[in-house]
Design a protein around this ligand. Structure first.
Ligand code: HDL
Ligand code: ZN
Length: 414
């Protein structure tokens, strides 16, 4: 088979395979204000806030006192008009606007605003899912957020394309403060994490996994995370999260390496990255073989050891180029290394989208890089004398863009 033919098959397979996006911060229109979309939300994405603050000397409190439209105007002028919008987050906004058919040569933000003003959330969701070719959106849900909790308790039906995930960072790292929040919701918890409290934490987990039909339980962990140790985090993992995830046969997703709020004045944009301890992850997977773990790590320096660790533990499901790694140069480096070490048994990407329209650019950009690496790997395969078929290319694309994850969800570790 010629390289051009292989390349054409890969491009078609990657473009035409609808994606299961296994980690996002998106919500269906029925969640009202939680569903963020439109050009002002795109421009005030926290990645672009950080880049704008860095490029100007605007006082933090002046920025935060502006309306969202004023913030978007400042970001547009600073990063798109006064400077070339060549960062990944800037390019993403333009990819999205361009794919929606807007005239980027005008550089007229108000004309773009007029387009979004004419959209309705429900119909716009269909437009975005079609353009992004996304079939399922996995959310990040916080049962401790009073507003989100109310929506879940209302029992409002949810678009079946949106799947819930119970995100539990405070339950892991927020003791004793989180015991007040839990007890305000009727759980008999106290800061001491005694046996009653631990069983009430289990009740909280069970009730909300059930209510949300959560497909996994997730948390993010700082570079200082160690397992096991004598911390409350280890106790909650061992005595509450792992037993319940095992009983329900759902994964526990650990997203490791975020250094929270290194610059609190940036608010959501104030988090950073740190190299994390791979031995803790190794022990987590090795000593809990009947649990399933989804893992992504934030530091580039952790990626090779993470891929090797995935080779050692089949209950470790490796996914995505997370956050500061979600850039073409690093997606290519990581995906190449992962294909060489793990073959087809991982999920190359998730979008982490916070604004619905971002699905359009995050998947356009990532698909191109994944396709580039697949072309190279299948061409190498062909050069051995193996006869690459369109079927195995199509099958591999389906595995990478959601099939592997669905199979992992269905597995029962022995
Ligand atoms: O903790 C997380 O899930 C991260 O993805 C954060 O939400 C982060 O702010 C983010 O949006 N990264 O892309
Ligand atoms: Zn996220």
């Amino acid at each position: 088979m010629s390289f051009d033919q292989i390349a054409q098959w890969v491009d078609q397979a990657i473009e035409q395979t609808p994606v299961l996006d296994l980690h996002t911060h998106l919500y269906p229109p029925s969640f009202g204000g939680f569903n963020l979309w439109g050009v002002d939300e795109l421009l005030t994405y926290h990645y672009l806030i950080a880049e704008t603050i860095r490029a100007t000397d605007i006082p933090y409190d002046k920025y935060w006192s502006m309306t969202q439209q004023q913030q978007a105007d400042l970001i547009w002028k600073t990063l798109f008009i006064d400077r070339a919008p060549i960062s990944e987050a800037c390019r993403g906004v333009l990819t999205t606007l361009g794919k929606l058919g807007l005239d980027l040569s005008s550089r007229d933000l108000n004309s773009y605003r007029a387009f979004f003003k004419s959209q309705k959330p429900e119909a716009y969701l269909e437009t975005v899912l079609k353009l992004a070719n996304v079939r399922q959106i996995v959310m990040t849900n916080d049962a401790l957020d009073p507003k989100e909790r109310e929506i879940w308790l209302s029992g409002k039906p949810i678009d079946a394309r949106f799947k819930a995930v119970l995100r539990i960072d405070p339950v892991l790292v927020g003791w004793p403060k989180v015991s007040e929040t839990l007890s305000s919701f009727g759980y008999k918890t106290s800061g001491d994490l005694g046996s009653t409290t631990m069983s009430e934490v289990r009740r909280f987990l069970n009730e909300w996994i059930e209510r949300m039909k959560a497909i996994y339980v997730a948390c993010s962990l700082t570079p200082d995370w160690r397992y096991p140790d004598d911390s409350q985090t280890t106790r909650v993992i061992n005595e509450a999260i792992l037993p319940i995830c095992r009983e329900r046969n759902i994964p526990f997703a650990v997203m490791i390496g975020v250094q929270r709020q290194v610059n609190p004045q940036l608010r959501l944009a104030g988090d950073s990255v740190g190299k994390s301890d791979i031995k803790s992850l190794d022990r987590l997977c090795a000593t809990n073989q009947k649990n399933k773990f989804m893992v992504t790590m934030l530091a580039r320096e952790n990626q090779h050891e993470l891929a090797v660790t995935a080779r050692k533990h089949r209950n470790l499901f490796l996914f995505g180029c997370w956050w500061f790694l979600n850039n073409p140069s690093l997606i290519e480096e990581m995906t190449k290394m992962r294909m060489e070490l793990l073959g087809t048994s991982f999920t190359p990407q998730h979008s982490d989208a916070r604004v619905l329209d971002q699905l359009i650019y995050k998947w356009d950009h990532s698909r191109k890089v994944i396709a580039k690496v697949m072309k190279e790997k299948f061409a190498d395969l062909e050069k051995t004398g193996w006869k690459v078929t369109r079927e195995e290319i199509d099958r591999t694309a389906k595995e990478y863009l959601g099939g592997n994850f669905e199979r992992f969800l269905s597995l029962t570790p022995s």
